[in-house]
Ligand binder design. Structure first.
Ligand SMILES: Nc1ncnc2c1ncn2[C@@H]1O[C@H](COP(=O)(O)OP(=O)(O)OP(=O)(O)O)[C@@H](O)[C@H]1O
Length: 238
């Protein structure tokens, strides 16, 4: 398994945000972490990215335990946070170069990786543009290209389509699905939007800090639509 979460719990003081969460995602799989507001998705992402230190439970990334081998685990992890983290006064290429340097890549090796990552996201022709001039969809693509620079085995995206219009959302969702099948990267995509999920995707349904369901979307929803299934399971509108 590329990503394994075992019996993870987390509390903010007396408020329990995650309660015994376990699931795993296989190589090259697109997994949607689906849950209504307050389900615990952001808390889980904070634990996966070591913003919070794990309380009870364990996380393994590409076979590396996050507590015992944090550097190896983080080296195999790419992250796209919900809030944009680009330097708007730098060009697309400069944003990526800076990140490459943080990963010990420079010179021709860095340039080769940057060119490949931008090409994969259809952003090659915008490399010289300032991030400030990009629309929301292109900023997101830049961030995804940046998250892939060090060739991670697992890519986490926290509600990456927030604020994007419908066609841009659809294009970005399609791109990441293609990326999974083309490169074998494992994706965990947090969302509360059911139209971003395909029947072949894994769905981990989180509600009030617990995993309500985990399986292939098509099998879970059966004859219901995913919004109907989501509403039935969580009591929340999709
Ligand atoms: N700093 C905090 N202090 C206390 N409670 C918190 C804190 N942050 C989150 N919570 C609570 O923990 C639970 C899980 O929140 P979390 O933000 O992880 O959910 P989420 O699924 O990401 O929701 P959203 O989609 O709204 O971001 C919620 O009940 C929330 O109110």
């Amino acid at each position: 398994m590329s990503l394994q979460v075992s019996d993870l719990s987390f509390s903010y003081g007396t408020k329990t945000a995650l309660d015994g969460v376990s699931f795993s995602v296989g190589h090259g799989q697109f997994a949607a972490l689906l849950g209504p507001n307050g389900a615990g998705k952001s808390t889980l992402f904070s634990l996966l990215t070591r913003l919070f230190v794990t309380q009870p439970g364990a996380i393994s990334i590409a076979g590396h335990d996050l507590k015992a081998a944090p550097l190896a685990a983080m080296a195999d992890l790419g992250v796209v946070f919900q809030q944009t983290t680009l330097d708007l006064d730098l060009t697309v290429r400069q944003n990526l170069s800076y990140f490459a340097a943080l990963h010990g890549l420079s010179g021709r090796a860095a340039d080769t990786r940057i060119d490949a990552a931008l090409a994969r996201l259809d952003m090659a022709e915008r490399a010289g543009e300032k991030a400030r001039g990009l629309n929301g969809g292109h900023r997101r693509r830049t961030e995804i290209a940046r998250a892939l620079l060090h060739d991670p085995k697992v890519l986490l995206l926290d509600e990456p389509t927030v604020g994007l219009d419908a066609p841009t959302r659809a294009a970005l969702t399609r791109h990441i699905h293609d990326l999974c099948s083309d490169t074998g990267v494992t994706v965990l995509w947090a969302t509360h939007l059911t139209d971003e999920v395909l029947d072949s995707d894994q769905v981990v349904l989180l509600h009030r800090g617990q995993v309500l369901a985990d399986g292939r979307c098509g099998a879970l929803r059966g004859s219901a639509s995913l919004p109907e299934y989501f509403a039935k399971m969580t009591g929340a509108p999709a």
